[in-house]
Structures are given as C-alpha cells and as structure tokens.
Ligand binder design. Structure first.
Ligand SMILES: [Fe+2]
Ligand SMILES: [Fe+2]
Length: 254
C-alpha cells in the first residue's frame, strides 16, 4: 500500500480509538446519572456494559492504528457533558443519550454494516465485526431510554437541539464537495469509507432510521430535516436521497 493510504488509514483508526475511549467514559457517567433519577431503569446496567465494550473497542482500534504505523495514546479528551445549559439534569442526560446513542451509535452501526459489505482485509474485518455486534446494542439502548423517558416526560424540547447534535457528530468537511479530491484508492480494504460513501451513509441513516425514530417518540424531526436539506447538494443530485425521505418501508430504529 502507498504511504499516503497507510497514513490515512492509520489516522482513521487512531481517531476511532479516541472516540471509543470517550464513549466509555460517557457511558460510565450516564449510568451513574440515570441511577440518580430512575434507579429501576434497565439503561443503567446496559450503559455500564457498553462502557466495557467501548474500552475493548478502543484497544482493538489502538492495535490496528499501530499496525498501520500510527501509534496512539488514548488520553480521554472529549467526554464532557455536551448538553446545553438551561436543561434540567434529567433533560441533560436525555440530550446526551440521544446524541451519543440514537444518533452517533446508530450512524456507527450503518457505517460498520456498509464496511462489512465490502472486501476488507481479514484482520480488519474481524475488528469491524466485533465492534458492530456491540454498537447495535448501544444504539438500541439509546432508543429504549428515549422511549422510557417519552412515556413519562415531555421530550419535545429536544427537537430544536437535534441539528446541534448532528453538527457535533460530523466532520465539517462531510458536506464539502471537494473533500474527496486526492483521496487514495483502497480505503475500503482497510475499514475506512471514502468520503462520498461516508456522506451517503450518514444521510441515508438519518432519513431511514434516525428521523423516523425521533418522530415515533414525539421528537419532531422537522428542524433536523431542514438542517440536512440546507447541506445537501442542489437538484439534480438531491433525488438520490428522496427515496429514503419518502421511505416506502422506513426501518424501525435499530
Ligand atoms: Fe464502540
Ligand atoms: Fe458504542
């Protein structure tokens, strides 16, 4: 493989290692926070288990990134409470669970599933499989928490915050048409989505899974749909995504 490709792939796995470490800390903190206001919630045990999963994922990502010549030290740096001020502690937890699980974990599952449809190298494939198996549960854990809260509380306050969560989830360049320029060939073989595919998976997952899921539990997806529409390319490219929006058979949240 070329040194460009090796560096890019190594950096991608190193970045994932950081994300996994942060997720482990976040889930540990959220488990404790939920037990303060809803000690009977099944989410508490699930979050604790998820934290352990994320530590395991981090180790796998560290190993892979090092094998591509990019050693990484996983010092936690971004697992702070991301909820805006002005929310109650319980609302802040819900904000964070929706951002971290319903959006991020659901998107992660879609990314991993797409990568697993491709011909990745065996050792990469093994890691993708192991991570995907757990992330499915992490996504479900978030939707289950939202469902439980929606049965007890007014969750409509989340709707205008979903665009903020989405902006926090993506790299700024995701919607930049020039971001794929100079991208090396062969990324998929090493478990990395090329830019165009990354954007396509992100958008499709929002339209097919995340937005319908939010609507189902009473969080209006309209502000998030507007946020997305502002970022999508103008017609004639737009129809590419309309099928998902209209969704003859929108899937249930994972
Ligand atoms: Fe993970
Ligand atoms: Fe996860």
């Amino acid at each position: 493989m070329t040194s460009d490709l090796q560096q890019l792939v190594g950096e991608a796995w190193a970045f994932r290692a950081h994300v996994e470490v942060d997720a482990a800390l976040r889930f540990t903190r959220l488990a404790a926070a939920i037990s303060d206001f809803d000690p009977e919630s099944p989410a508490i045990a699930l979050m604790r288990r998820a934290a352990q999963d994320e530590e395991r994922h981090a180790a796998l990502c560290v190993e892979l990134s090092a094998s591509y010549g990019v050693p990484v030290e996983t010092t936690p740096h971004g697992a702070n409470d991301i909820a805006p001020s002005g929310l109650s502690p319980r609302q802040a937890v819900l904000y964070e669970v929706v951002a971290a699980c319903c959006i991020t974990e659901t998107e992660s599952v879609a990314t991993l599933a797409t990568l697993l449809e491709e011909q990745a190298e065996p050792r990469v494939r093994t890691v993708l499989h192991e991570i995907a198996r757990d992330e499915v549960l992490h996504g479900k854990m978030g939707w289950a928490h939202l469902a439980r809260e929606a049965a007890l509380l007014d969750v409509t306050f989340l709707a205008p915050w979903i665009p903020v969560m989405l902006a926090g989830t993506i790299d700024d360049r995701l919607f930049s048409p020039s971001a794929s320029q100079g991208e090396p060939e062969g990324l998929l073989l090493h478990g990395v989505l090329p830019h165009e595919r990354k954007r396509e998976v992100f958008v499709r997952t929002l339209l097919d899974v995340v937005f319908p899921g939010l609507d189902k539990f009473g969080v209006d997806s309209a502000p998030a749909r507007s946020w997305l529409a502002e970022r999508l390319p103008e017609a004639p490219h737009q129809p590419k995504f309309e099928h998902g929006a209209a969704g003859p058979r929108p899937r249930e949240p994972v």
